[in-house]
Design a protein. Structure first.
Length: 981
């Protein structure tokens, strides 16, 4: 190995490099390359010109085909339309739609028309320019003109013009007076009549547009000729694209020598006394020389210039006898070759003059690698590894330093790139795979294996295997778990119990359960590199094993150099930290999910009226979300949730009713109108018992005073029967099973006017809060007469200030808040028209969604879970904005929130664990939801998907009783919901 401190004899001083490299090489290279480039460039340009001419001819041929062939096919198709044989205009107008569509699809078409044997004529013409509209006196809104000539039975002709807009609606019509047009006298009619195939006329000038075109015609049935006017303006545009030099001449002309396409299309028509086509030979004297004399080779001498020329026949679908002529001045074509010849000479001369000063410049250039190395070192210090590599230097020391610097930069860049890629992976299984792939790559290994510690012991279980850049199934290779200190473990694994890194050579016999890996590598011996993975606390969390095939060559040993092993150790340390972080994050997510499900289970267990609602709604919501993500319908095409969005939906679904923990159970479970913590019907019954005792007392008092016993007994029995009937009525009202009629409310108010006598102080033995409410009114003097059904001031529970939601609250809640928190008035509660809940109690129940949103908003969710509150808090909103708590409309709600609304309703309708109602069958529940969809309460597109994808049936098979699963008429439900089936 040469000593870097001594000068290598193969290296030369700077002045030698300068004199040899600049004086000799530049001189020789300049002269040789200048001559060579001129000759080669000339040959290449001339050769390329021939290819260019061929390509131009091919393009023109293709353009001719593209111009004529579609129109020929179009005429063949339109000729089959039976409307073309119609005898009058009304029936022929059936051709307007196909004719107008054909004109729209083919901009080169000027018109489509039919001529008949009796002289009738039917034309559809697009009015594309104001000039054409003015010519036919069309209104501004007209897009198409229909020109019709009809002959009556007496042979008289009527010519009319009908104008239609873009939607083919008639705009106006007019008679064409003095119209003597007869299609039978036209050349196209006569030619097509006498020919069985399609005919193409010679190009001519269209009268209306003053464009050059031709007419294609063919028979349509026995009595009509179908024709199309085709403009040839696009051919001139095609030729204009192929003008390769300023004075290039290219023209397309017919058998008569008339030019029909030319780059400057304005010169094609001569306007003297009559418009006519110009002769191709008149466009340019050089063209005249080419066309008026036989062509000798590919060169032509005309007008004092040498021309490269080409002339070919064009028979690709157009008129017969078309030819293409192309002329390019040779001096313009070879201008680059001339310029390069002189430039080469000048450059060579300039190079010779600059050789001496360039020697000084070269010495400075040789220093540039050193300067670049300094800049590169500064960039590495700033962790910028994208700095361009330094140029290799002929100075030995500089070159060695440059190589070492490049290796160091590559090593650092690879390390940071690997650690960044590992840190960016958010899923555990792909992370392990990424660790294996990256370490196998940098270690130049053929296989890699990773073990992870399970539990708190030393048992290492395999978790990933890579062979030849392919992830393999561990079970296919019979790789087992091992303990580091187990005597039965492989020797290399036992060594890792005492050291952090093991480098060993294994044969097939020592490979143990890695034998199948060696067979897959087709290598009888391998180099094994085993590295322990440590976490932040220096605890072993796993093992990384690399296998390198041992071919006995030096290159295999180079892969085991200490610097490579050190690099692998550094990468393994970063990988271990990432693995530990991922496992820790996964465990935290599992813990969070367990807490969430624990809370949901507690909410369901809190009240028998909700059953397993909080556990079933997430399942149904995710079913609907998966169906939406897989749907091909336009409404869901953009819905492709990421892993983070799936996680947000999962958490929101489980916590959608977490606010119910704040709802009093006696409100949620209120089964009768007078029920609070107890059913106050017992207090009312006791008052009726008191009144019945009063009747008996009054009866006995009257007997004692000598009253008529029989009459008094009748009065007593009537009073007792009335009280029994009144109490029965009150008890029935208390159940709330039927709607209260006005007569029932009036009877309650009448009964409330009846009094009973209280002799005991009702302010004794009550709570301080109850006593505070009673203190709003003075205590009455006992005994006191009180209404049988009372609404007392102490029945009103005040709402505290912190329970009042201001209208301008930042969360956008829009709820009608009752003035009192509770109203326990007896008459007030018994007068509830429907159900058992007062407006105050219904607000308390509805307030659970407000509490849900408040609770979720106070949780420190990471950024990707910020939507949890919005999703969970929207399942009581309605699409028309009449829901709660924010009265959001459909467009203000996210798709997952609308999904949860459907899941919440369907689960509530079909739940069989609610003691207060019977579970609905599938058809009953979906029928109710169809009406809700029609009334804009739930999302129509999601409900349609819910039905079409049979999500209800998937859910029913898992969670509903068999007797609930009945036949469902999907099309009927969609129709009932106002959706197309």
């Amino acid at each position: 190995m040469p000593n870097p401190l001594r000068t290598d004899p193969r290296r030369f001083p700077l002045h030698v490099h300068i004199s040899v490299m600049f004086t000799f090489l530049l001189l020789l290279t300049g002269v040789v390359l200048g001559l060579f480039n001129y000759r080669q460039t000339t040959q290449i340009i001339l050769s390329s010109s021939e290819k260019l001419f061929n390509r131009i001819e091919q393009d023109v041929r293709l353009d001719l085909q593209a111009t004529y062939e579609p129109i020929r096919h179009l005429l063949s198709l339109l000729a089959l339309n039976p409307a073309g044989q119609s005898p009058d205009l009304e029936q022929r107008l059936a051709l307007l739609e196909p004719f107008s569509q054909s004109l729209e699809d083919n901009p080169n078409l000027a018109s489509l028309y039919l001529g008949y044997d009796n002289g009738d004529f039917f034309m559809v013409r697009p009015l594309r320019t104001p000039e054409v509209k003015a010519l036919v006196k069309a209104p501004d809104t007209a897009v198409y003109q229909v020109w019709s000539i009809e002959h009556n039975s007496s042979g008289q002709a009527r010519s009319r013009s009908l104008f239609f807009d873009r939607n083919l609606a008639l705009v106006s019509h007019q008679d064409n007076l003095n119209d003597t047009y007869d299609p039978r006298n036209r050349a196209w009619f006569i030619s097509a009549r006498s020919d069985k195939d399609q005919i193409t006329t010679e190009p001519y000038i269209f009268f209306s547009t003053h464009n050059i075109g031709t007419t294609l015609a063919r028979r349509s049935g026995d009595k009509a000729i179908l024709a199309a006017d085709l403009t040839l303006a696009e051919l001139s545009a095609t030729l204009a694209k192929h003008v390769v030099t300023p004075n290039t001449e290219i023209v397309l002309f017919n058998a008569q020598g008339n030019a029909i396409a030319y780059p400057d299309s304005h010169r094609l028509i001569i306007d003297d006394q009559t418009s006519r086509l110009i002769k191709a030979a008149d466009l340019n004297p050089s063209l005249g020389a080419l066309l008026n004399s036989p062509l000798q080779g590919s060169r032509l001498n005309a007008n004092g210039r040498q021309w490269i020329v080409a002339r070919s026949s064009m028979q690709e679908g157009g008129p017969q006898g078309l030819q293409l002529a192309l002329l390019v001045p040779e001096d313009e074509l070879l201008v680059d070759a001339y310029r390069m010849r002189w430039q080469g000479a000048l450059i060579t001369l300039a190079t010779l003059l600059l050789c001496v000063p360039l020697g000084w410049l070269t010495s400075r250039i040789l220093v540039k690698p050193l300067r670049a190395l300094v800049q590169e070192a500064d960039a590495i210090r700033s962790f910028d590894f994208n700095f361009p590599l330094s140029r290799r230097s002929p100075v030995l020391e500089v070159d060695q330093l440059s190589v070492s610097m490049a290796r160091m930069k590559d090593t650092l860049a690879s390390f940071f790139q690997i650690t960044d890629s590992l840190s960016a992976e958010t899923r555990f299984a792909p992370l392990l795979e990424r660790v294996l792939f990256e370490t196998v790559k940098i270690g130049q290994a053929q296989a890699g294996l990773i073990y992870l510690r399970e539990g708190d012991g030393e048992q290492m279980e395999p978790h990933g295997l890579v062979i030849d850049n392919t992830a393999e199934n561990l079970q296919s290779f019979d790789i087992r778990g091992h303990s580091l200190r187990n005597p039965q473990s492989p020797p290399w694994l036992q060594q890792l119990a005492n050291v952090d890194t093991v480098v060993s050579n294994l044969g097939f016999e020592q490979a143990g359960d890695l034998q199948k890996v060696l067979l897959a590598l087709k290598s009888p011996r391998v180099h094994l590199i085993g590295i322990r993975l440590h976490n932040r606390h220096n605890e072993t969390v796993g093992l990384l094993v690399l296998l390198l095939a041992d071919s006995g060559e030096q290159s295999d040993l180079d892969k085991l150099r200490p610097d490579r092993i050190a690099f692998l150790q550094a990468v393994s340390g970063a990988a271990a930290v990432c693995i530990e972080s991922q496992r820790l994050q996964a465990r935290q997510k599992q813990l969070l999910d367990a807490f969430i499900q624990l809370m949901a289970g507690a909410i369901d267990a809190k009240s028998p009226y909700t059953g397993g609602h909080c556990q079933r709604v997430p399942e149904l919501t995710l079913m609907l979300a998966r169906a939406a993500a897989a749907s091909q319908e336009p409404a869901f095409s953009a819905y492709q949730p990421t892993d983070d969005e799936w996680e947000a939906l999962h958490i929101a679904a489980w916590l959608h009713d977490c606010g119910k923990v704040t709802t009093p159970e006696y409100v949620v479970d209120k089964a009768t109108k007078l029920e609070t913590l107890t059913d106050r019907i017992h207090e009312i019954r006791t008052r009726f018992e008191v009144l019945k005792r009063d009747v008996w007392i009054s009866y006995w008092q009257a007997i004692a005073q000598g009253g008529d016993e029989q009459l008094l007994a009748e009065l007593r029995n009537a009073s007792l029967a009335g009280l029994d009937d009144d109490f029965t009525f009150v008890a029935r009202c208390n159940l709330g099973g039927e709607a209260m009629a006005d007569a029932d409310l009036q009877r309650l108010r009448s009964m409330a006017e009846r009094t009973w006598t209280r002799t005991l102080d009702d302010r004794l033995g009550v709570s301080w809060e109850e006593n505070r409410r009673q203190a709003r009114t003075p205590a009455p003097t006992l005994p006191v007469s009180e209404p049988l059904l009372a609404d007392k001031p102490e029945h009103l529970f005040e709402r505290s200030e912190n329970e009042v939601i201001p209208p301008d609250n930042p969360l956008g809640f829009k709820l009608d808040i009752p003035p009192h928190k509770y109203n326990r008035g007896e008459l007030y509660n018994l007068s509830i028209v429907r159900g058992t809940l007062t407006s105050e109690e219904r607000y308390v129940i509805n307030n659970h969604i407000v509490q849900t949103i408040l609770m979720l908003n106070h949780l420190p969710f990471p950024a990707h879970l910020r939507s949890v509150a919005e999703i969970a808090g929207g399942h009581h909103e309605k699409m028309d904005g009449s829901g709660y708590p924010k009265r959001l409309k459909r467009e203000a709600m996210s798709l997952p929130a609308r999904m949860m609304a459907i899941a919440d309703i369907f689960e509530a309708l079909t739940a069989a664990d609610r003691p207060y109602k019977k579970a609905k069958t599938l058809s009953e529940a979906l029928g109710i939801m169809a009406f809700m969809c029609r009334d804009a309460h739930i999302d129509p597109e999601l409900f349609g998907l819910f039905i079409k994808a049979q999500i209800y049936l998937q859910y029913a098979r898992r969670f509903l009783d068999p007797e609930q699963i009945d036949a469902v008429d999907a099309s009927g439900l969609l129709a009932k919901a106002g959706l197309a089936s």
